[in-house]
Design a protein around this ligand. Sequence first.
Ligand SMILES: [Fe+2]
Ligand SMILES: [Fe+2]
Length: 390
Amino acid sequence: MTMKRVGLFGGSFNPPHLGHTRSAAEAARQLGLDMLIFMPTGKPPHKDIANDSPASETRLELVRLATCHIKGAAVMDYEIKRNQVSYTYDTVRELMSIYPGCELWILMGSDMFLYFPNWYRADWLLKNTSLAVFPRTDDLKEILTYAEKLQSEGANVRIINEQPLVISSTSIRMLLAQRKGREYLSDIVYSYIIKNRLYGALPDFDWLRRKVDMMMEPDRRAHVRGTENTAAELAVRWGVSEEDARTAAILHDCTKRRGRSEQLNILKKYGTMSNISKMTENVLLHSETAACIAASRFGVSNEIADAIRYHTTGRAGMKVLEKVIYIADYIEPARQFPGVQTVRDLAFYDLDAAMIQALENTLSEIKKRGIEPDKRTEDALADLRRGHVL
Ligand SMILES: [Fe+2]
Ligand SMILES: [Fe+2]
């Protein structure tokens, strides 16, 4: 395949953010590139890669996701596959052998540009390629002066005219661990980072609520918001993580709208809850499938997944977070049924007494309807009664 104009944009892309993709897409437009190659670095020559970085293959996948919407973009694993310090010189030689006769543009930020004379075989690169530079607002003058100097020596340099997004991957990594930074990433990249908990990322709560809202019937949202707020208050009262309680509450009913066959498909996919009979009610399936989705799609911890898993039945040996979610789901403000007020009154005074009351109510309600109660509910009650001193 003959390529006339090829752009090369290398970097750690750790993670790839909107600053990278917007600048690159803008450069491709201004330079009239036929192809724009994103080249994640294996071991960059100028700096060490951060310690908490995901595996190279994961960075490669992130760059694929980040650039999938850019026309003419391609992601190459040449530098990652080499697994040694890579010089742009080697990469350029490789690209020239793949695309003989192409006009090759190297895209770079201004700090890399000012450092250019120190690049390996800089003179050869200046003779055989063209440079495209993304200036920052504060160094435009310096960049222009330096570009003029190189041009007077015969180099081909273009300053990309754009308003750069001022953010670095380093700061984004720090923000992600504080439930921030989402606005600097494309949604597909952010979702992948959260799902796999890269960089110790925790989900932004507004983002999580919106994702779960899309999975639910609109009339369930008020119940879920009520559960979240009640769970947060209970968590503070009983000394467990408020953020974990919010996360579990937001997700606890996320699969409730799915039909029985969809529920069973989810269980089959994640291979849990093997003892499902035809009798197993949908109301029991949704807590298990919600736990599976919470873990696989939103990367929650085992503790949070268990709080979701047992929010309908309870179980023997419930952790405090599990009780908090169980009770919050039971007493949130929209709940109006006989006996709820007693549990509400107990919940902030004696959590186990509230659990016992709620489980007794539930078991008697189930028996009234002629349904066989779930063994885990009876176990939960017996266990709490044993340990509870009034
Ligand atoms: Fe539920
Ligand atoms: Fe619920």
